[in-house]
Design a protein around this ligand. Structure first.
Ligand code: BV8
Ligand code: ZN
Length: 243
């Protein structure tokens, strides 16, 4: 039996699937990944752009980076990988979608109740009054201000050194602990604590399937690895799951 057939069978008989996605699921929508070829961190030190200290030192530079990414995301559309996960949620009794991505393409594809471990680019948070505003669809000025109190706002993403939103993290941990199958798609599995969810799932007895262009540090602990483009593998995997 091929790995593909085995993976399809596992999906078809799963009661609760937890899916964890990374930047690779949005790559075919034209959103650059972080660490692959053409990645955002190539030639850049993420700590100079995606960290609170960087923002404190030069908010204009950090906003230039995030405004550039917001414009990219605004022009992007969900790809067959995002759409296959919406379809999978329709076919299984329970699916929890956990993402490290901040582009909200899962939601634009139709996924609901997405657990955003690292926040999102749509919203901004005020450094003064703490208000969170959804500014999706807007192109923001170089130093955007809060609509309520006028203070400088920051992107509502989780930067390096910042803790993940507690409620989201607990929900994600609980999902991988109770799922019988965990599908890990398009992540290099190097950013913690998100990558730790894979080991948590294994310890709880879940089978893990990895979908990626290439093996990752997690590959040694997955039951099945399917290597290729998520936009090609997921639709075939999901339609096969109906049998
Ligand atoms: C925290 C939001 C402490 C902002 C991001 C040393 C060792 C271990 C850990 C650490 C360490 N030093 C510091 C740490 C902790 C640190 C960390 O993990 N660093 C790593 C890099 C070493 N983590 C943190 O700082 C976290 N916070 O630990 O706080 C704390 C604890 C308690 C209390 C208070 C504080 C916060 C981490 C979140 C950082 N924010 N992003 C923004 O987006 O700008 S992380 C960033 O990386 C993105 O969010 C992204 O989601 C995430 C993971 O990257 P991936 O999604 O995996 O993307 P990547 O490009 O890496 O890989 C893409 C994959 O897709 C590849 O495998 C590729 O092959 C594949 N692919 C490509 N195309 C396709 C494909 N697959 C299929 N189909 C395709 N077509
Ligand atoms: Zn404010």
């Amino acid at each position: 039996m091929s790995d593909f057939t085995r993976a399809s069978a596992l999906l078809a008989q799963a009661g609760h699937i937890a899916v964890m996605t990374g930047a690779g699921v949005s790559a075919e929508s034209g959103i650059p990944t972080f660490r692959g070829p053409g990645g955002l961190w190539r030639g850049r030190d993420p700590m100079t752009l995606a960290a609170p200290e960087a923002f404190a030192a030069d908010p204009g530079l950090v906003w230039e980076f995030y405004n550039w990414r917001r414009a990219l995301v605004a022009r992007a559309v969900p790809n067959p990988a995002h759409i296959a996960l919406v379809e999978l949620a329709r076919r299984v009794p329970r699916l929890t979608l956990i993402t490290q991505n901040v582009d909200r393409l899962h939601q634009r594809a139709g996924s609901r109740d997405v657990l955003e471990l690292h926040g999102n680019l749509a919203e901004v948070r005020c450094l003064g009054c703490g208000a969170t505003e959804d500014r999706s669809g807007e192109s923001l000025p170089p130093l955007p201000q809060c609509g309520t109190c006028g203070t400088l706002v920051r992107p509502a993403v989780v930067w390096f050194g910042e803790s993940l939103p507690g409620d989201v993290w607990l929900a994600a941990e609980s999902a991988v602990r109770t799922a019988d199958l965990v599908l890990v798609v398009g992540t290099s599995a190097v950013v913690y604590p998100a990558a730790g969810l894979i080991a948590t799932a294994r310890r709880a007895g879940a089978a893990v399937i990895e979908v990626n262009l290439e093996p990752t540090p997690a590959s040694g602990s997955v039951a099945i690895g399917l290597y290729g483009k998520a936009g090609e593998i997921l639709p075939r995997l999901v339609t096969g799951a109906s049998s």
